[in-house]
Write a protein that binds this ligand. Structure first.
Ligand code: PEP
Ligand code: MG
Length: 328
């Protein structure tokens, strides 16, 4: 089994009939930069920058951040690295910033917090841009966007940071490349504004953890309701289908970086729905690549179509598991 997985890890992600599926890594504290995993993935699909912020007793300085981001970008010099701006709040409060809220998941988190603190946002974006100098593999990702206005506000700040760093770099004889910009699709209101958002971004990344939480109104960390937190819920699957078809219509690259992408049933469904980029934790990479290499796309698409008409998440899982077992 280990050698089968090693072989899967070493080859590019593909379905049985040869359709390329890009496989990216989710990373936090640091990206796994071992040679095997580095060569086995197409890049970093989600670097969660709140992790380094949580490790400190105060906000890290711009220079400290440059060092941390540079280390990640340099581990993947010839591959894209998607860095998400700070997504604290919700289940990730900062120990050195006390915020008292009744509903933190519906409160001051992600882009809401950073737009209210442009100083923190600008320092972080400047640090990311400085870290990318000469590597040019940075992609910027904004968390918790709920509408076009927030996106435009963030873009104004990013443009300012870009201009500052570009000029500083120019004085040093360096050229700053413009990073591609994307948003997390994880707040359900975005589902109905995808056409407008598509005009303003270079890519989308679907966060199935929060999308499930907000679509089903179920706390992703509450054990009492864990049985109804299910990304295979038909409403989530329909939302995922809508995002895939809308992105396709706009020829906008879209990836999935929620936990669903690293789950065999989830990954198969996502590919069946049309996704061609999945981002997951290191430990799932070999398994998912192996699974995809056994799947025929036309058959998978037919199966996925049928799953969209079921009404129970449990049925989706059972029937998908049956289908996957049949495909070997
Ligand atoms: C998500 O919400 O699916 C996601 C990938 O982001 P996080 O888990 O960090 O909220
Ligand atoms: Mg999220």
């Amino acid at each position: 089994l280990q050698s089968t997985l090693d072989t899967a890890l070493a080859s590019p992600g593909k379905s049985q009939d040869g359709t390329r599926i890009q496989i990216h890594l989710n990373a936090g504290l640091s990206a796994d930069s071992s040679i095997a995993i580095n060569q086995g993935v197409d890049g970093v699909g989600l670097f969660r920058t709140e992790v380094p912020f949580l490790m400190q007793r105060r906000f890290p300085s711009e220079d400290e951040q440059v060092k941390q981001y540079r280390a990640i970008l340099a581990s993947y010099p010839d591959k894209p690295v998607v860095m998400r701006t700070l997504d604290i709040g919700g289940d990730k409060p900062l120990p050195y910033l006390s915020v008292d809220e009744d509903n933190p998941f519906l409160g001051w988190r992600g882009i809401r917090f950073t737009l209210d603190h442009p100083d923190i946002f600008l320092i972080q974006v400047r640090a990311m841009l400085r870290a990318s100098l000469g590597l040019d593999n940075l992609k910027l990702l904004l968390p918790m966007i709920s509408g076009v206005n927030e996106l435009l506000e963030a873009k104004t700040l990013i443009a300012r940071a870009f201009e500052e760093v570009r000029q500083e770099a120019q004085l040093a004889g360096e050229v700053l490349a413009k990073p591609l910009l994307g948003i997390m699709v994880e707040v359900p209101s975005v589902l109905y504004q995808l056409d407008g958002i598509a005009q303003e971004v270079d890519f989308l990344s679907v966060g199935t953890n929060d999308l499930t939480q907000y679509l089903l109104a179920v706390d992703r960390n509450n054990a009492r309701v864990a049985n109804i937190f299910d990304a295979l819920h038909p409403s989530v699957l329909h939302a995922l289908s809508l995002i895939a078809t809308t992105s396709d219509r706009h020829q906008l690259p879209v990836s999935v970086c929620g936990e669903l992408a690293g789950d065999p049933v989830g990954a198969a469904l996502l590919v069946g729905l049309g996704y061609r980029q999945l981002s997951m934790n290191t430990r799932n990479v070999a398994k998912i690549k192996y699974l995809l290499s056994r799947l025929s796309l036309p058959r998978l698409q037919k199966q996925t179509e049928q799953m969209l008409s079921l009404s129970e998440p449990g049925q989706v899982r059972t029937q998908m598991e049956g289908f996957l077992a049949e495909q070997g």
